[in-house]
Design a protein around this ligand. Structure first.
Ligand SMILES: [Zn+2]
Length: 488
């Protein structure tokens, strides 16, 4: 199965056979959040998508080192070194230390990702913890002739770099067009070229986050941290570099330039990007006023939302779209996903108690499994995988209702297939039926009382129990052998 995985590589705009540099080891770097505010949903989608990729690679037996950084310094408001430092600005607003901002939003970020059931990365390095590595890399870039120093700030010389290298590898944009779309250098500008970007920035007197360097006291540019940290933990070249599509044009483009200038190689063999979110067809953004935060989706407290959804319903909703497609939020789509997720999870409950039959049948579980692998091997196509798993759901429901007949071997196969793909690969878990142990014991008693009433032909009582449960969203599901309860 390993041999047939193909992934879409942004560099070549093509699906390519996945061949790690040092199989079975896989190095994967994903740009993490800038922890100066609540994590937004677009970021969550990116991290859920790479969680799916991480999980599937592990499932295939690869030994994956997954590095996802925390940006806790150096990120200015503009991607091209203009504006205020995001942490200092927020710290001033909230009247706290910048590192208090970092701490608060790092904890919040981890809490949200835990709710989405993402596996922690193998290493989660911070920019502030790797200042010396960044300085070393900048020195090397200067020594190699691709950067220059002006008044304590170090700039990457894009125009010089472009003479020997393709600066627009990821976007395939024309360098002339890019130059025309970038503002002219002003008289005060220190940069030589309009596309040049800062590797190290001299700190103004009021700047709190500052470190000594060979060029004076300052702080690193945003792009160099990922190059320095990926180099440290994954080497000069590794397998997968990922992030949101919005990072491709500037951040990732500059990462490639830095690594080429320092290590003479593109840092990653495969560049993978997740697409944007839209709300009712309009791109989600703060300025459009249509951006909701994860906790607003959980509680439903947002003017555009009818109700709240569990984190797993939202994870399921995200995985129903391919990571390279835009994902459109609407109340109808969320409702449909919630319903679908419950159907899937309820089938997983029934699957635990299927009774084998000796009757002949022509159900081929192996074929279903092959189709599940084929979906995931096709650039991690989770929506197709989910459609295949619903074929499994139909078989399970039919078997429970004794309209479909499975032998013990088929039940075992189906169980293993469904559990592996639903829990391990898609990373879903039951947060709909979530109950505690005491509740389950009480439900066992209720079900027993109802079945006793039924056996005694006391249909008034048995119907009353069934209907009352129905009203609070609990459905009793009988077959010849037993009664299970499910949440609607
Ligand atoms: Zn990055």
């Amino acid at each position: 199965m390993k041999d047939s995985l193909v992934v879409y590589n942004t560099v070549n705009r093509n699906k390519e056979k996945f061949e790690p540099l040092n199989s079975p080891f896989v190095g994967m770097y994903v740009c993490g959040p800038t922890v100066y505010s609540d994590v937004h949903l677009g970021n969550c989608r990116t991290f859920v998508s790479f969680d799916l990729i991480f999980r599937y690679l592990l499932h295939l037996g690869y030994k994956v080192r997954y590095v996802r950084n925390i940006t806790d310094a150096g990120h200015l408001e503009g991607d091209r070194d203009e504006g205020d430092d995001k942490f200092s600005k927020k710290a001033r607003l909230e009247q706290v230390e910048p590192m208090e901002i970092v701490q608060k939003y790092t904890i919040g970020f981890h809490e949200v990702l835990t709710l989405f059931n993402t596996l922690p990365p193998s290493i989660e390095p911070t920019a502030t913890g790797h200042i010396s590595e960044q300085i070393e890399m900048i020195k090397e870039i200067i020594d190699n002739g691709f950067a220059y120093v002006v008044n304590g700030t170090v700039y990457f010389d894009v125009e010089k770099y472009s003479k020997e290298n393709n600066y627009t590898l990821l976007t395939n944009r024309n360098l002339e067009d890019m130059l025309n779309n970038t503002r002219e250098l002003g008289g005060q500008d220190e940069k030589r070229g309009r596309l040049d970007f800062a590797l190290w920035i001299q700190a103004k007197p009021e700047h709190i986050m500052r470190w000594p360097s060979p060029w004076g006291v300052g702080f690193p540019g945003w792009h160099i941290e990922c190059s320095a940290m990926s180099n440290k933990y994954l080497g000069a070249q590794f397998d997968i570099h990922g992030g949101g599509l919005d990072l491709a044009a500037t951040h990732h483009t500059n990462e490639i330039a830095q690594s080429q200038a320092c290590n003479h190689t593109n840092p990653a063999k495969y560049w993978m990007h997740t697409n944007m979110l839209t709300v009712n067809g309009v791109r989600m953004s703060k300025s459009a006023g249509n951006g909701f935060l994860p906790h607003e989706l959980f509680t439903g407290k947002h003017p555009l939302l009818k109700k709240g959804y569990t984190p797993m319903s939202i994870r399921f909703f995200m995985l129903q779209a391919h990571y390279r497609s835009t994902l459109d939020f609407s109340n109808d789509a969320l409702d449909a996903a919630e319903k679908g997720f419950k159907r899937l999870i309820n089938a997983m409950v029934l699957l635990k108690d299927l009774n084998p039959s000796d009757r002949e049948n022509d159900i081929n579980i192996q074929e279903l499994e092959d189709r599940c692998y084929a979906a995931m091997n096709d650039d991690f196509n989770s929506p197709v995988l989910i459609a295949e798993l619903f074929e499994g759901v139909r078989i399970i429901n039919g078997a429970y209702d004794e309209k479909v007949f499975l032998n013990q071997k088929q039940i075992n196969q189906l169980k293993s297939l469904m559990e592996q793909f639903v829990y391990d690969v898609l990373g879903l878990k039951d947060d709909v039926l979530k109950t505690d142990e005491d509740f389950e014991k009480v439900m066992d008693i209720v079900v027993e009382l109802r079945n006793e009433a039924k056996a005694n032909k006391d249909y008034v009582s048995s119907d009353k129990i069934r209907d009352s449960l129905q009203k609070i969203g609990i459905q009793l599901k009988d077959n010849k052998h037993q009664t299970l309860w499910l949440k609607n």
